[in-house]
Design a protein around this ligand. Sequence first.
Ligand SMILES: [Zn+2]
Length: 102
Amino acid sequence: MKCPVCNGAMERNKDVIRQDGVEFEAYRCVKCGEELMTMPQLRSLAAKYRRLRNARQVTFAKWGNSIAVRIPSDVAEECGISEGRQGLLTRDKQGIRIMPSG
Ligand SMILES: [Zn+2]
């Protein structure tokens, strides 16, 4: 890929948006610094912002030797979570994911 501004070489570059710490990948011109995003790179960044917009602040509490998280009632209702229902907790790079199951 060539730079549309100076015709220099473009290379993949990872960067972070300072205001919110969101990481993204784009092509950056080694000569003039012009940045370009491909459609998959754009879609990936848009998906990160969608997740961030839906994020909710929660507080951790102690429950015996464990830590509990209070799930807001509207989120529980939307996800079909009620008392006694089973779920699966998994860990990934970003943190913890809880999926209602049984
Ligand atoms: Zn350039």
